[in-house]
Design a binder for this molecule. Structure first.
Ligand code: PXG
Ligand code: PLP
Length: 436
C-alpha cells in the first residue's frame, strides 16, 4: 500500500502502519490531562499516555529537573563509575516501598526491567549453589514487555508466535479471568483456587528446577484482569514453600495506579523482586527498575570483593536525566497528592465505568483503583475489529482510550477530576452507540 512519503520512514511499534499512515492521529503537545492534536483539538487523556503519565502532563517541577540535569551532567557512565542523583534516587525509591526492598537496579524500560529480574533470579539460585533452578514460570495472558525473556514468560499469543521457540524450560499458569464473573466491581471475591495450578506445575517439574514465578498483580495489557481475593497470597505461599522467587511486574500497577504506592501494598502481598517503569518518571524520560529484597541482593555479595557480582547492565542504567526526572516525579506525586486522589476517586471511577453495563456491545466491565477495562462483544470472525473502531471513534469524539483486542482500557492520570472521569465514561458510552 502507498503511504505518504513523510510518514513512511518510521516503522511504528505495535501499530497497523498502513492504515495509520493513510489517516494519521498526531499529538503535538500536552498539558494536565489533555493532549492537543495536530489539527488543534484537545483530547482528554483517558490512558495517562500509555499508562505512564500518572501526575498529568507538563508538570513544571519535572520539566525543570530534566532541563537542569541536561545542562549540569548530560551523561555519566555507571559501569565502575557513579553520580549522586542515581544513589539519591535509589534511596528514595527504597523508602517509597516502606523499605520492603533494600536495593534498586536501573533499566530503561519495563521490558529491560523484566529481563533483568529474570536474570537476577537465575543467577541468585546459581550463586547459592542451586544452579538446577533454571525454569521460569509465567502466566497465560501475561504481558512482560517484548524482550526475549519477557515474551517467553508472557502469555499473549501474538507477541510470541512469530519469534521462534523462545526461552527453554518456561511454563505458564492459567490466567485468572472467568467470564462467569462479568461485571464484578473491583476485586472478585471468588476464584483464588486457580493459584493452586502453580502447585501442580511445581509437582510436575519439581521445585528444584524452578527459579521464579512472574505475574502482573493486575494484568494490564491483556485487558485489565483483576485477581481474585486471596490469589496473590496463595502464589506467595506456594513460592515460599518451595524456595521459588516471586516477581511482581508492577510496570503498570506501580506508582499509585491502585491508589496505593504499589499493587503489593493494595493486596498486602510482598514479592521477592518487583519490576517497575512508566510512572517512575511520570513517563517523561525512559526508565525502569528492579526492586530487590535484601536476602536476594546479599546472596550476590559473598564472592571476592574485587569481582563483579552481577554481569548485567545497560549503557543508560541510571541515566542522569532519568534520575532527575524520577526524583522530581516522586516529589510531584507527594505535592499533588496523586495516590490519595486515585484512592478517593476509585469509587467514582467504578460507578462511571459500571454505568456502561447495558450499553451496546458491552459484555464485561472490570476495574480496580484507577484502571478499568470495558470488554465489547467481538464481531463474528473479526476479533479486535469492533474494539479498534471504538478506539478510533473515541479519538474523533475527544477522548483517548487504549484498545487491546475488543477490550477498551482506561487508566487516566491520577490527578484527573471527578467531572472528567464522568465525561470520559459518558463519551465512551455515546461512542459505543454509534458503532456496529
Ligand atoms: N511489564 C508490564 C506489566 C507492562 O505493562 C512492560 C512490562 C514493558 O514495558 P516497556 O517499557 O518495555 O514497554 C509493560 C508495558 C498497552 C501497553 O496499552 C502496555 C504496555 C506498554 C505499551 C502498551 O497494552 N506495558
Ligand atoms: N550492541 C553493541 C555493539 C554495544 O556496544 C552495546 C553496548 O555497549 C549494546 C549493543 C547494548 O546497548 P545498551 O547498553 O544501550 O543496552
Amino acid at each position: 500500500m502507498e503511504t505518504s512519503n513523510d510518514l513512511s520512514a518510521w516503522w511504528m511499534p505495535f501499530t497497523a502502519n498502513r492504515p495509520f499512515k493513510e489517516s494519521p492521529r498526531l499529538f503535538v503537545s500536552a498539558a494536565g490531562v489533555h493532549y492537543r492534536t495536530a489539527d488543534g483539538r484537545d483530547i482528554l487523556d483517558g490512558t495517562a499516555g500509555l499508562w505512564c503519565v500518572n501526575a498529568g502532563h507538563a508538570q513544571p517541577r519535572i520539566v525543570e529537573a530534566i532541563c537542569d540535569s541536561a545542562r549540569t551532567l548530560d551523561f555519566a557512565p555507571t559501569f565502575q563509575m557513579g553520580h549522586p542523583s542515581a544513589f539519591e534516587l535509589a534511596e528514595r525509591l527504597v523508602e517509597a516501598t516502606g523499605r520492603k526492598f533494600s536495593q534498586v537496579f536501573y533499566t530503561n524500560s519495563g521490558s529491560e526491567a523484566v529481563d533483568t529480574a529474570l536474570k537476577m533470579a537465575l543467577a541468585y539460585h546459581r550463586v547459592r549453589g542451586e544452579g538446577t533452578r533454571t525454569r521460569l514460570i509465567g502466566r497465560e495472558r501475561g504481558y512482560h514487555g517484548v524482550g526475549f525473556g519477557g515474551i517467553s514468560v508472557g502469555g499473549m499469543a501474538n507477541n510470541r508466535k512469530w519469534f521462534g521457540s523462545l526461552l527453554n524450560g518456561v511454563d505458564h499458569m492459567p490466567h485468572t479471568h472467568d467470564p462467569a464473573r462479568a461485571f464484578t466491581r473491583g476485586v472478585p471475591l471468588h476464584g483464588a483456587g486457580i493459584a493452586d495450578e502453580l502447585e501442580r506445575i511445581v509437582a510436575l517439574h519439581d521445585a528444584s528446577t524452578i527459579a521464579a514465578v512472574i505475574v502482573e498483580p493486575v494484568a494490564g495489557s491483556t485487558g485489565v484482569l483483576v485477581p481474585p481475593a486471596g490469589y496473590l497470597q496463595r502464589l506467595r505461599d506456594i513460592c515460599t514453600r518451595h524456595g521459588i522467587l516471586l516477581i511482581f511486574d508492577e510496570v503498570i500497577s506501580g506508582f499509585g495506579r491502585l491508589g496505593t504506592p504499589f499493587a503489593m501494598d493494595y493486596f498486602g502481598v510482598e514479592p521477592d523482586l518487583m519490576t517497575v517503569a512508566k510512572g517512575i518518571t511520570n513517563g517523561c524520560v525512559p526508565m525502569g527498575a528492579v526492586f530487590v529484597k535484601a536476602a536476594v541482593h546479599d546472596a550476590f555479595m559473598q564472592g571476592p570483593s574485587g569481582a563483579i557480582e552481577f554481569f548485567h547492565g545497560y549503557t543508560y542504567s541510571g541515566h542522569p536525566l532519568a534520575c532527575a526526572a524520577a526524583l522530581a516525579t516522586l516529589d510531584t506525586y507527594d505535592e499533588v497528592g496523586a495516590y490519595a486522589n486515585a484512592a478517593s476517586l476509585a469509587a467514582v471511577f467504578e460507578d462511571a465505568l459500571h454505568a456502561l453495563r447495558g450499553r451496546r456491545h458491552v459484555i464485561d466491565v472490570r476495574n480496580v483503583g484507577l484502571v478499568g477495562g470495558v470488554e465489547l462483544a467481538a464481531r463474528e470472525a473479526q476479533p479486535g475489529a469492533r474494539g479498534m473502531e471504538a478506539f478510533k471513534r473515541a479519538f474523533e469524539h475527544g477522548i483517548l482510550v487504549r484498545v487491546t483486542g475488543d477490550t477498551l482500557a482506561l487508566s487516566p492520570p491520577l490527578v484527573i477530576e471527578r467531572t472528567q472521569i464522568e465525561q470520559l465514561c459518558r463519551v465512551l458510552g455515546e461512542v459505543l452507540d454509534t458503532i456496529e
